[in-house]
Design a protein around this ligand. Structure first.
Ligand code: KG4
Ligand code: ZN
Length: 346
């Protein structure tokens, strides 16, 4: 079964064709990231205008790369209907509805947050085994799920305030770095060890690290960083060296929390797999720590982390999720819903 996946929830215009939920035939992602670099965040109208410009070329290129496929070759159309920016979502949704109307192919609306986890069915030769713990870490979400199988899943914890991606983005803005913040923080954090810094910044907190539950909190980090930046500025020590130290520390704090809570969930639920998904899963330090945490505890758990271009928003994960959760609806009933929550199938 070939599914065309369309994703336009944020600044990407992404289209993919995936066979049987696992084989990527084509995966095109056009991002307007550079346009948002200077502003330190996305300006929704700028993103949407760029997506209007890119949608048809990206769709055409996907079809061309898939042996010049036509809609005749496609079995269903999957599209992100939420959550996301309304102007951006509408571009993907209206494109999908038009394709469905013209071709008569079914349309499957997708909540893209959960679809992030399905990038793990696209990259690994060995497919994830259930039961599993899924950690979704994106710009707006940080959630832990217990997955008994594809259809039985339960929310077991998550952030009580900011998402982990938001913590990266806000720190980047405070340090005068571009958008998205995660890769920028990771880049300057990697420079930290080579500096011979005289000025040591304070160790940042690890909020809720030792709480008994599986919840997390990241908003205190922003406050701690604001305080540290003010202290550095007053001491005339706010420079590239101390910025990279701060970036290193914030990355350590965020990844410590994510790893501890995920491994704790995996032990409690006695799972076979840990699945990561969402933009923050592209963080290399997180990958290192997750793998060594599992190894040090001698847990018999396989961790799955998608390749970086499948961690961030893409159409392939949308198409894969649609294959395993194939619930088509008439095109007239498909609506963009920017604030949709993560719904669980019962
Ligand atoms: O999943 P995603 O592409 O879009 C949303 O659904 O939000 O995630 C975007 C988030 C941003 O907060 C971005 O800073 C973060 O993922 N991110 C990273 C990295 N790459 C992207 N965070 C840490 N390290 C990275 N390498
Ligand atoms: Zn996303």
């Amino acid at each position: 079964m070939k599914i065309l996946g369309i994703e336009t929830s944020c600044d990407e215009t992404a289209v993919a064709i995936v066979e049987d939920g696992t084989k990527i035939l084509t995966n095109i992602i056009s991002s307007s990231k550079e346009l948002h670099d200077k502003t330190g965040g996305i300006i929704p109208e700028v993103a949407a205008r760029e997506q209007v410009r890119c949608m048809i070329p990206v769709l055409n290129e996907s079809m061309r790369q898939c042996s010049n496929a036509t809609m005749e070759d496609i079995d269903a159309i999957a599209v992100t209907t939420g959550p996301g920016l309304i102007g951006s979502l509408l571009i993907g949704v209206e494109t999908a509805k038009t394709l469905s109307f013209v071709s008569g192919k079914p349309i499957i609306p997708i909540n893209h947050i959960f679809a992030h986890i399905y990038a793990n069915w696209l990259t690994e030769k060995k497919k994830p085994e259930f039961p599993a713990i899924a950690l979704i870490i994106s710009g707006g979400h940080t959630e832990l799920f217990f997955m008994k199988n594809h259809h039985e899943l339960r929310w077991i914890g998550g952030t009580l305030d900011d998402a982990s991606g938001e913590a990266f983005d806000k720190t980047a803005r405070l340090l005068g770095l571009g958008y998205p913040g995660g890769p920028e923080i990771a880049r300057i954090a990697s420079e930290y060890k080579i500096h011979n810094t005289k000025y040591k910044i304070q160790r940042l907190p690890r909020p809720m690290l030792n709480s008994k539950d599986l919840n997390m909190s990241f908003s205190g980090l922003k406050t701690a960083i604001i305080r540290e930046v003010a202290r550095l500025k007053q001491a005339e020590q706010f420079n590239d060296n101390t910025k990279s130290q701060l970036a290193y520390e914030v990355q350590e704090s965020i990844t410590d929390i994510l790893v501890a809570k995920t491994i704790s969930a995996a032990e409690q639920y006695n799972v076979k797999s840990i699945l990561l998904g969402g933009g923050v899963a592209a963080n290399q330090r997180l990958t290192e720590k997750m793998k060594s945490g599992i190894k040090n505890l001698e847990l018999n758990i396989q961790s799955y982390i998608p390749s970086p271009n499948l961690c961030t928003d893409n159409g392939a994960a949308i198409a894969s999720f649609a294959y395993f959760h194939n619930h088509p609806v008439p095109w007239k009933d498909v609506q963009a819903d920017p604030d949709v929550e993560i719904e669980l199938e019962s």
